[in-house]
Write a protein that binds this ligand. Structure first.
Ligand code: PRP
Ligand code: URA
Length: 238
């Protein structure tokens, strides 16, 4: 640890702790998956998993993690030169080029991820896909679909905290593609291996960004260890 940093109280890392980390992990078994392993995300995710975390904090954490994940998931956005007049002279800066980003939460739980990302990309449009899982069959039932008309021209971030069996994600991506979308990324907080595989099989062009790849699904289709029912915990409806 640098002595000067210690003397100034600017101690961020301890000598025996890991002080560097890759922004995103990949694994050969899941070629479409990116695990966003930033320490702040992992810290917040642990509080999110805690059964004692109240609705208000849960909501704030989903918002914050979504924002941090979007920071990583946008790290390859194309830039173009942008002339700008500073108070002193004209210079050439950079701005994000290409079409506007469209955020599409899968209702209900995906709604919790919108605002955090919107703060980072205020020019984004927001579409909505309404889906719920039939509790017996675990298959998705769709009830709403609305995205901007020029879907073929846009980049889509499909948002849902949970990728469990993958049925909802596959159905949502299929709906977006029917509407003309070609560039889609799926952002979730917790993914199950089953869901990642199912989405990759049906839509191998869709990259998945998650904060954690959990162990498995239980008999009721819940992710283990997971964080429970994301929609119920977000909206206090148990
Ligand atoms: C949850 C979750 C996903 C879906 C994931 O929603 O938010 O949309 O389940 O499960 P899957 O990968 O097996 O399809 P739910 O159906 O509980 O609806 P809700 O958001 O309205 O509570
Ligand atoms: N949907 C949730 O909200 N949680 C799970 O664990 C699985 C599906």
């Amino acid at each position: 640890m640098a002595r000067e940093a210690k003397d100034h109280g600017l101690v961020f890392f301890h000598s025996r702790e890991i002080s560097s980390f890759p922004a995103m992990d990949t694994t050969p078994a899941y070629p479409t998956l990116r695990i966003v392993s930033h320490p702040l995300i992992q810290h917040k995710l642990t509080i999110l998993r805690d059964r004692g975390t109240p609705t208000k904090i849960f909501k704030e954490l989903v918002d914050e993690i979504a924002m941090l994940m979007a920071y990583e998931a946008t790290n390859d956005l194309a830039l173009e030169a942008a002339p700008v007049d500073t108070p002193l002279e004209t210079t050439v800066g950079q701005r994000v080029s290409g079409k506007k980003l469209t955020l599409v939460p899968i209702l209900r739980a995906g709604l919790g991820m919108v605002e955090g990302i919107y703060r980072l990309v205020p020019g984004a449009r927001v579409g909505h896909i309404g889906l719920y899982r039939n509790h017996d069959t675990l298959e998705p039932v769709d009830y709403y679909f609305k995205v901007p008309g020029d879907a073929a021209e846009r980049d889509f971030f499909l948002l849902d905290p949970m990728l469990a069996t993958g049925g909802s994600a596959v159905a949502a991506v299929s709906s977006l593609k029917r509407a003309g979308a070609t560039r889609i990324r799926f952002l979730c907080l917790v993914a199950a291996p089953e869901g990642v595989r199912r989405l990759a099989t049906s839509h191998p062009d869709v990259m998945v960004y998650c904060a954690a790849l959990d162990r498995a699904l239980n008999d009721q289709g819940y992710i283990m260890p997971g964080l429970g029912d994301a929609g119920d915990r977000l909206f206090g409806t148990r």
